[in-house]
Design a protein around this ligand. Structure first.
Ligand SMILES: [Zn+2]
Ligand SMILES: [Zn+2]
Length: 367
């Protein structure tokens, strides 16, 4: 077994990727080794490949958190078997914190919180430390370690490329909309169209809500058109608000406004367009961005509820996977996933993400 290795994607400097061979992962009770097939790209292109900007959970040699693959090694007593196809929901699992005890998103588990366990013990770095493994905590590698509690067995009829939409695209949109109770007949205004927004759009269409896109990027507007969105408003138009209101019941404003830009240009418009007692969802990831919020004017007077959540609540996993088995959802995921690359050509994939001429991009890690 000593000859086995784990081939890991690294970004040693901005604009450069190198595949590095590390020791094959080691596991302890509660964990399995997975041969990863697809590692969808989250912000590794724009944030890391382009800027070398890291968060507590990643560094140049530890990349990627989304993924699907096949179990290749278990320990005695495991609930999984070699050959099981699984979705990996990111991070570790403590089993006893507020998030774990309430079926919430593992991102909020104490085991993934650097303020609770320290950055070196948190999230995927913590997975490697707890397993005394020299590799395997991360998705952009041929092999990965994950806690059994954060795995979901993929139904036989669901191909990997649809299951891979269960993380930071359709999965995040779906779980946020379960939180907000987006339902048939509702209006959902989505602003700032990246892959999280596309996940929200697919989720809203699946729920038979009316989707209105506040959008400027022509490439991504075409993707939404191909998904089935028919209502588009250019946020630069002087009468953009009147256009949005005209699409809502009695002009009262949208039921749900979803920001995927992370910047005030869209956030301010989305708040203005939401009806009384409506929901505002923040799904954009822009570190350092600030929004001037007046609690009386923006929250109390309109009785708005503000929402936000990374990742997928554990309690939403079954309904999410059932949705991914729906042929119409799969058709829309096919539109959203505009490009697929072998991991050996990751630089091209990251460069494409920076260009914004793409939807969600998949890396096939065994190629
Ligand atoms: Zn992600
Ligand atoms: Zn926990």
């Amino acid at each position: 077994m000593g000859s086995r290795v784990n081939t890991v994607l690294t970004i040693p400097e901005p604009g450069k990727t190198v595949l590095v061979e590390k020791p094959y992962p080691n596991i302890k009770a509660g964990y399995v080794v997975i041969k990863t097939e697809i590692a969808p790209i989250c912000l590794e292109g724009t944030r890391i490949w382009a800027e070398h900007d890291f968060e507590f959970h990643d560094d140049p040699e530890h990349l990627g958190h989304e993924g699907v693959g096949t179990v290749v090694e278990v320990v005695d007593g495991s609930n999984f078997s070699v050959g099981d196809r699984v979705i990996v929901f990111q991070g570790d699992h403590c089993g006893q914190c507020h998030a774990c005890n309430n079926g919430l998103s593992p991102t909020y588990c104490d085991a993934n919180d650097p303020d609770v366990v320290g950055p070196e013990n948190a999230a995927m770095h913590g997975i490697e430390r707890r397993n005394e493994s020299a590799s395997g905590g991360f998705a952009m590698a041929t092999h990965r370690i994950a806690p059994e509690a954060n795995l979901y067995k993929i139904p036989d009829e669901l191909p990997f490329r649809y299951a891979a939409a269960a993380n930071c695209s359709f999965g995040v949109g779906f779980s946020n909309q379960e939180n907000m109770n987006v339902k048939a007949g509702d209006t959902a205004l989505v602003g700032g169209i990246g892959f999280i927004a596309m996940g929200h759009v697919i989720s809203a269409l699946y729920r038979n809500a009316k989707v209105i896109a506040l959008i400027r990027n022509p490439y991504r507007r075409q993707l939404l058109t191909d998904m089935g969105v028919v209502h588009f408003v250019n946020p630069d138009d002087p009468d953009w608000l009147a256009q949005v209101r005209a699409l809502t019941y009695r002009g009262q404003g949208v039921d749900h406004a979803i920001d995927s830009s992370g910047v005030p240009y869209y956030q301010e418009r989305l708040i203005d367009a939401t009806r009384k007692y409506g929901n505002i969802n923040f799904s954009g990831h822009t570190p350092g961005a600030r929004l001037e919020l007046h609690p009386l004017k923006h929250v109390i007077d309109p009785a708005h509820t503000l929402w936000g959540q990374h990742d997928v609540r554990a309690r939403d996993r079954e309904r999410l996977i059932r949705a991914l088995c729906d042929p119409e959802v799969q058709r829309m995921v096919d539109v959203m996933v505009t490009h697929e690359f072998p991991m050996s050509r990751a630089s091209e994939a990251f460069e494409l993400q920076v260009s914004k001429q793409c939807g969600k991009i998949y890396l096939w890690t065994q190629q």
